[in-house]
Design a protein around this ligand. Structure first.
Ligand code: DGL
Length: 263
């Protein structure tokens, strides 16, 4: 079997990156791992998260014999990329909030960063803003409740419009804001629903295509073999029938259980 590219997230957010990867690398075999036992990551302490992320990724890279790991999670990438690169021998591609393209797109110079509580206040995010959005106003909005809404969407459950509205509300207090960074991989899955709740049109920017381009560079080919190979999935806790159906819509089978050394 052709070694897959392994995509990792706390939950279904990585599926937004899978979409971009399949468009960019239609021949590449993919595998997916999600840490639903620890979902959500965005409200957990940093030290605990680093150890957890390394343990899950190490176990999943071994189980999948992956040729590369895509950390399809801003919360994990802004914290644990160095630790992952120290521990793993395969190339690791991370996800960081799309501050740079958003700053380039904004005409008003006021952009929103919609992400988890962890991501909005990380030093990594501060550095991205200093480097790529100096002179812009960046409105940071922690919207952890939207993570569960994206999980609901993929599991075929209805969204709660009041949760979407409350998540977005702090953005609309800035009348000149014209661009919103979807700085959590769960959020592009909700893009249509979020745009429908917006009181005025804004540009929604995510990192999916940029990650896929980076993976293509790292893999060094545009059309790998193995399209028909099985596309295994691992989870760290049981999943609902709705989520199994949601994964199937993305071409994935029901998850296997990932065993972690520390249980
Ligand atoms: N999908 C993850 C991200 O991109 C976060 C979701 C969570 O809080 O677990 O940040």
């Amino acid at each position: 079997m052709n070694p897959p590219i392994l995509i990792f997230d706390s939950g279904v957010g990585g599926l937004s990156v899978v979409r971009a990867l399949r468009a960019q690398l239609p021949g590449a075999a993919l595998a997916y791992v999600f840490d639903n036992a620890a979902l959500p990551y965005g409200t957990k302490p940093d030290d605990w998260l680093v150890a957890r992320i390394v343990a899950v990724c190490e176990a999943a890279v071994a189980a999948s014999s992956a040729r590369a790991l895509v950390v399809a999670c801003n919360t994990a990438s802004t914290l644990a990329l160095d630790a992952l690169r120290q521990r793993l021998t395969v190339p690791v591609v991370g996800t960081v909030p799309a501050i740079k393209p958003a700053a380039a797109l904004s005409r008003s110079g006021v952009i929103g960063l919609l992400a988890t509580s962890a991501t909005v206040c990380r030093p990594y995010t501060d550095r991205l803003i200093d480097q790529f959005a100096a002179g812009h106003t960046v409105v940071r909005v922690a919207a952890d409740a939207l993570v569960a809404q994206a999980e609901r969407l993929i599991a075929g459950e209805s969204l709660d419009p009041s949760v979407l509205d409350a998540g977005l509300a702090p953005l609309w207090a800035h009348p000149r804001l014209d661009t919103v960074v979807l700085g959590c991989t769960h959020f592009p899955l909700l893009k249509e629903a979020l745009a429908a709740r917006a009181p005025r049109p804004v540009q929604w920017v995510d990192s999916g295509d940029a990650i896929a381009r980076r993976v293509a560079q790292v893999i060094g080919e545009l059309n790998g073999q193995g399209h028909d190979d099985p596309q295994p999935v691992w989870s760290t806790a049981t999943v609902s029938a709705g989520l199994v159906a949601g994964l199937a819509r993305y071409g994935f089978p029901a998850p296997l259980r990932l065993s972690l050394e520390d249980g």
